[in-house]
Design a protein around this ligand. Structure first.
Ligand SMILES: NC(=O)c1ccc[n+]([C@@H]2O[C@H](COP(=O)([O-])OP(=O)(O)OC[C@H]3O[C@@H](n4cnc5c(N)ncnc54)[C@H](O)[C@@H]3O)[C@@H](O)[C@H]2O)c1
Length: 401
């Protein structure tokens, strides 16, 4: 059983607490901290939490808790994490780890120096669908991963601080691109080095300094490309989709809209439909169990098990640091309109990509480029001569008995 200090009383602190207390859990949030005592008291009452505070210092140092969950706005992640490290307590921090790689690195070094457990709360790699998809990719079901695409788009954030660049570190890239980038890393392989990025970012709709739209490509040392698309002005709910393409297969994931639960109501659903749902009448896409669908339940289960067993969780502060470094390069690229290198002062993966056989053997003389059954029943083979480089085609009649 864990007794937990929850830092934050907002949107994500609520989801985290509901998850931690859910399904007859043995773990308990026993101290909560908000920016105002009144908000902390209200949150404590709502979730049956015995103690509350308006001081991060006091909440972290509560003598009864041994785990601190940082669910604060981005500009306070570092303060929460450094306080936990100083107190010698295990810590889990929401995404993004830092506002930039320098901040993330400081947090990484602080927890490692203090020798405390540190987990990066990147829920979207823990959705049941994503966990299964990652396992299939690791088992080789898709062959060599060539391309990943991850999209998060919704009508915009729910609190003012997200829109203030100095507090958040950036706009839609920092807020949602961090999810997409880490999903891509999980499919491509975390040991594979992100080399360079190209990114378009713009403020198309909102009167803010930060970007509200962006599209980026992250190139990895294997040659794999990881594409992300983020919008703070997508209309119609929350669009959360991932795709993976490999030499031998494809995966398409849709996490939020059209997932198999579709409802029409002319009078209104009369309750909460789903995160960032824009309407409660007409055709709706409700979500049966957000805590599971968004990965929160599997995330805390895996991270708490790792903490109990004294091992690293699937998502670490190091992962958060790499994601921040990739996002820093994205901002640089959006400015220069050029490919920009990803700077990693600390790299713990493979130095160079493992050389893989790229071409498919047909026979001693040819590589196979393509094989296709045609409408006339014959099979067409497109081959490349290994010696001359010539590309030819052969037609093979289908043999029927
Ligand atoms: N899917 C996800 O993983 C996910 C989803 C949403 C938000 N987040 C992350 O969670 C963090 C918080 O976002 P949110 O949506 O809950 O924001 P929010 O605005 O809903 O809540 C922020 C909370 O921080 C508290 N706070 C602010 N200043 C404080 C201080 N000095 N001391 C103590 N508490 C203070 C506020 O009381 C508030 O409860 C952000 O880093 C965000 O990126 C993650």
């Amino acid at each position: 059983m864990r007794r937990i200090t929850m830092l934050g009383t907002g949107f994500i602190a609520n989801f985290y607490t509901v998850t931690l207390h859910g399904m007859r859990s043995r773990d308990q949030v026993t101290m909560v901290c908000g920016s105002r005592l009144e908000a902390a008291r209200e949150f404590a009452g709502r979730h049956g939490i015995p103690r509350y505070s308006a001081s991060i210092e006091e909440a972290v140092n509560d003598p009864e808790t041994d785990l601190v969950v940082v669910a604060l706005p981005n500009y306070l992640h570092k303060e929460g994490v450094l306080a936990a490290a100083k107190a010698g307590k295990a810590v889990m921090c929401t995404k993004p780890l830092g506002r930039n790689a320098a901040e993330a690195q400081e947090m990484l070094e602080a927890v490692e120096k203090a020798g405390v457990f540190a987990g990066y709360l990147e829920d979207l790699v823990y959705t049941p669908k994503t966990l299964k998809a990652i396992e299939s990719v690791k088992n080789g079901a898709l062959g060599r991963v060539l391309w990943t695409r991850s999209r998060e788009a919704h009508p915009g954030p729910h609190s003012d601080w997200f829109l203030r660049k100095e507090l958040s570190g950036g706009g839609a890239i920092v807020d949602m691109g961090c999810h997409c980038i880490e999903i891509g890393r999980n499919f491509i392989g975390k040991e594979v080095r992100p080399v360079e990025v190209i990114c378009w970012a713009d403020t198309q709709v909102h009167p803010i300094d930060a970007e509200d739209h962006a599209v980026g490509l992250v190139k990895y040392s294997t040659g794999a490309i990881s594409q992300f698309e983020v919008s703070w002005n997508f209309r119609g709910g929350m669009d959360l989709r991932d795709e993976v393409s490999g030499t031998n297969g494809t995966i398409w994931l849709n996490h939020w809209l059209r997932t198999g639960f579709e409802m029409f109501t002319s009078v209104g659903e009369r309750g909460y439909v789903a995160e960032k749902a824009e309407s409660d009448t007409g055709w709706l896409f409700p979500v049966g169990d957000e805590v599971h669908a968004l990965g929160y339940a599997h995330m805390f289960t895996e991270q708490l098990d790792a903490l109990d067993q004294g091992v690293q969780p699937m998502e670490t502060f190091y992962d958060g640091y790499v994601v921040n470094a990739i996002m820093d390069a994205c901002y640089q690229s959006a400015e220069t309109k050029q490919w920009e290198p990803v700077h990693l002062d600390i790299w713990r993966g493979e130095e160079t990509a493992a050389a893989e056989a790229r071409w498919v053997e047909y026979d001693a003389d040819f590589y196979l480029i393509k094989e296709e059954k045609m409408p006339d029943g014959k099979t067409k083979l497109i081959l490349k001569n290994k010696q001359t480089g010539e590309v030819i085609q052969r037609v093979r009649a289908t043999i029927t008995s």
